[in-house]
Write a protein that binds this ligand. Structure first.
Ligand code: 6MZ
Length: 352
């Protein structure tokens, strides 16, 4: 991490809703992975984007490929997932929805099913060890893999949703936004939605090929999704369209906003131009998230502090944002009520 957030932001109870497992691997865990696989000759500079550095979004996707080389066995996944969960807990995150793309690795015999089972095992082990965080899982579809893989992933996600007593709550659509078209993934997404999986979809993350992109955003919004990842170019000031904003507002679809990720990935030019401002001013549910805390060298406390210092938010405003995030989770109502009660217990200590 580049700097440490002030105590208020660290003590603030937080909800993290947009965290990709392999993008969230810390420096410390990376060291363990690198020492397990010295023959790969991977250095830290290849897996993290430090303060003041930027990469294009395309280059970020190359970074994930490097991380995937390091995380290719059940043992690696278990360690990475447990470390990531513990680190979020240490940062004051009380509820986490982790997402990851199931991968099969012929070299190590890893299957997609075992991939998911191993992440769930990590969640259960952390629970049994008393780590103070409620963790749920979103199965991710990488858009580059096309419609057949998307459908296969949805079927796996459905199975796990039904067999894990609420641990698997939804589906994420992510991956390089310039690859493939959302239209091809609609059948899989419709199926996921009708089976009861919640949908968190990356939408309008990058501006390119404008007409086809607007069409894709419109199609995906017609589902409608339960949450939107980034949504950077939805609104008209950023090249989007008012009708897209109207859809988001009409269905009250929360946005997952990741400031540092968007700056370091160069889809937003500077913090003060981040679209958080647009949606926050509308009073629309906007949840601060990290995206890839390892790759972008950040944590959730720091992201809240950055939003506050950039947009002049008081501690009271930040507190409200954090409470509002509870309503945007995919957890059942009784869990939301439990979390709200915890927030009330924390309040006098944190907002003193
Ligand atoms: C879109 C992203 C992303 O799934 O292997 N991912 N997709 N936009 C982003 N903005 C920077 N950051 C991460 O974690 C890594 C994968 O998450 C998606 C990509 O598909 C990436 O390969 P998992 O745990």
């Amino acid at each position: 991490m580049d700097t440490k957030a002030d105590i208020f932001y660290r003590e603030l109870p937080k909800v993290e809703l947009h965290a990709h497992l392999n993008g969230s691997v810390s420096f410390k865990t990376m060291e363990k992975l690198i020492s397990r696989k010295p023959h790969l000759n991977i250095e830290h500079s290849m897996t993290a984007i430090r303060s003041g550095q930027q990469r294009t979004l395309e280059e970020c996707f190359q970074v994930f490929k490097v991380v995937h080389q390091l995380v290719n066995t059940e043992e690696d996944i278990l360690m990475v997932a447990k470390d990531v969960i513990n680190e979020f807990a240490e940062d004051g995150v009380k509820y986490l929805e982790l997402r990851s793309t199931p991968r099969e690795e012929t070299k190590t015999g890893l299957t997609k099913r075992r991939y998911i089972e191993t992440v769930l095992e990590a969640i259960r082990q952390c629970q049994n060890e008393g780590v103070d965080i409620d963790v749920r899982f979103l199965v991710a579809v990488d858009r580059r893999n096309g419609s057949d893989v998307a459908m296969e992933t949805v079927k796996l996600a459905e199975e796990f949703m039904l067999s894990t007593d609420g641990l698997v709550v939804g589906l994420d659509l992510s991956g390089d936004p310039t690859v493939g078209h959302g239209r091809d993934l609609l059948p899989a997404l419709h199926r996921a939605k009708s089976s009861g999986l919640k949908l968190a979809l990356h939408l309008s993350e990058k501006l390119f090929q404008v007409p086809s992109q607007l069409e894709e955003s419109e199609l995906l919004l017609s589902l409608p999704p339960d949450r939107i990842g980034h949504g950077t170019f939805l609104h008209p000031n950023m090249g989007g369209a008012q009708r897209l904003v109207d859809q988001v507002v009409k269905h009250n679809i929360p946005l997952e906003l990741c400031l540092t990720s968007n700056i370091k990935g160069q889809t937003v030019s500077c913090y003060s131009k981040h679209h958080f401002q647009y949606w926050y001013q509308l009073g629309h549910p906007s949840v601060i998230c990290t995206d890839d805390k390892g790759v972008f060298c950040t944590d959730l406390s720091q992201e809240y502090q950055l939003a506050a210092s950039t947009f002049g938010l008081s501690h009271e405003d930040v507190w409200k944002l954090s409470v509002q995030a509870v309503d945007c989770t995919f957890a059942p109502d009784h869990v939301k009520h439990r979390l709200k009660r915890r927030w009330e217990d924390f309040k006098p200590h944190v907002l003193r």
